[in-house]
Design a protein around this ligand. Structure first.
Ligand code: ATP
Ligand code: MG
Length: 391
């Protein structure tokens, strides 16, 4: 009998009050979207902060479980066997799947959890009862209640019982889109995809904005950013990637402004363009991968001057992270190998030899007074292109 199910246990959303249904629906919508691409037909049953996914005989539960680990709002994903809520049925289910549950473990324990208090055995009594059966069938095993190799979990829920060997960690966070919409400044580097992932995890749906600089930047750099957008789309569902060209702005800055202030001047233009684009896509926040002190444009002075441009809040979730901490997340989400591909981006095309790490707003405004800021921004906005990426 195929009684295998997936149990998705919800995380922080269970703390929500009256608007709980709003968050739950978002999780369910994302789950359904992801299951569409998995072999088999699935039905969903929700109860007691847990979404139970039941597959038909063709269902690929392994792939389904893998996909469910990317759903924000889900704390753990558990492949379980569902059965009737009787001691005998639980016992039979454990027996049927015992080899798989035990694997090569030498010690084990059973952990009963009775949320339906009308069930005749208490949680410890159920653990003892089923533990006894396991020992009879596999006498070489030893019980270790403190640090067992394997814990067989026996959940007695309101409508059914479930047996499993423990869940895997889910993506956590809040359902995608539940906190609003943000625009991620997505370069080809390591930091910005991580920043996008972290904000998506807190419930922002994302559009991405990539600045290119043709002919100085090429197709390879764009392909790389596309690949990073695909990684993010895997978490967000869909992701619009916008591209705007900075070529004219960079050339004018090189020609007319103090080279030592080039990077900060450019970053202020990025913010102006990003804010315009954010308005066009109804995004209420900008997101960057900046990390304090990492490079000359990310000193507190430089960030202050850059931050003086946008009215929208700018989220910088990597601001307090060391590079190795950012790298660790980028490996986990699958962006690292893409990010380290060696293609130039617009920021590596013109790099001042001696950037000013302590720019003041006064100096910057003096430089900007030489420029037709609105004209440059308008013309850059005309280069806008976009594509939809599905995850
Ligand atoms: P990353 O690894 O994300 O490229 P970085 O350490 O190289 O970051 P910078 O190049 O100074 O830092 O960029 C800081 C942030 O500005 C990036 O994290 C990104 O959010 C944004 N940014 C930089 N270059 C671009 C670009 N070409 N297109 C879009 N956003 C960019
Ligand atoms: Mg970069």
């Amino acid at each position: 009998m195929n009684n295998e199910v997936l149990l998705l246990k919800y995380g922080e959303v269970v703390m929500k009050g009256l608007n709980r249904g709003y968050f739950d629906n978002m999780i369910v919508r994302r789950v359904k979207q992801l299951l569409k691409d998995v072999e088999g037909t699935f039905s969903l049953e929700y109860a007691q902060s847990t979404l139970c996914i039941v597959g038909d005989e063709y269902a690929d539960m392994v792939e389904a479980a893998e996909k469910m680990k990317k759903v924000f709002g889900v704390a753990s994903v558990c492949r379980a066997y569902r059965c009737e809520k009787t001691v005998e049925s639980i016992r039979e289910t454990v027996k049927e799947h015992l080899e798989e549950l035990i694997g090569d473990a030498k010690t084990f324990k059973c952990e009963g959890k009775r949320s339906d208090k009308s069930f005749p055995l208490s949680s410890p009594a159920l653990s003892g009862e089923i533990g006894g059966t396991v020992l009879q069938l596999m006498p070489h095993l030893k019980v270790d209640v403190v640090n067992p190799d394997v814990t067989i979990r026996l959940e007695v829920r309101d409508k059914y019982a479930a047996v499993h060997g423990g869940g895997e960690k889910g993506a956590g966070g809040m359902p995608n889109g539940s906190a609003g919409h943000g625009l991620l400044l997505l370069s080809g580097g390591i930091d910005s995809p991580v920043a996008g992932y972290l904000m998506a995890k807190r419930g922002l749906s994302l559009d991405g904005l990539y600045f290119d600089s043709p002919p100085y930047t090429g197709q390879a750099a764009e392909d790389k950013v596309n690949a990073l957008a695909e990684v993010l789309a895997g978490y967000c569902g869909k992701f619009y990637l916008h591209t705007i060209s900075l070529t004219e702005i960079q050339e004018v800055l090189m020609r007319d402004c103090d080279e030592r202030l080039f990077t900060v001047l450019l970053r202020r233009f990025m913010m102006r363009l990003a804010e315009r684009q954010a308005k066009n896509v109804n995004a209420s926040a900008l997101i960057t991968g900046e990390s304090l002190g990492q490079v000359a444009s990310q000193t507190l002075h430089a960030l202050t001057v850059t931050n003086a441009v946008p009215e929208l809040p700018v989220f910088r979730p990597c601001i307090a992270m060391d590079k190795d901490e950012i790298v660790q997340i980028s490996r986990k989400i699958g962006s690292f190998e893409i990010s380290i591909l060696p293609y130039e981006d617009c920021c590596t095309v013109f790099v001042p030899r001696h950037p000013n790490t302590r720019p003041t707003l006064e100096q910057i405004l003096e430089e900007e007074a030489k420029l037709d800021i609105n004209g440059l921004v308008d013309r850059a906005m005309e280069t806008h292109r976009h594509k939809k990426i599905l995850g």
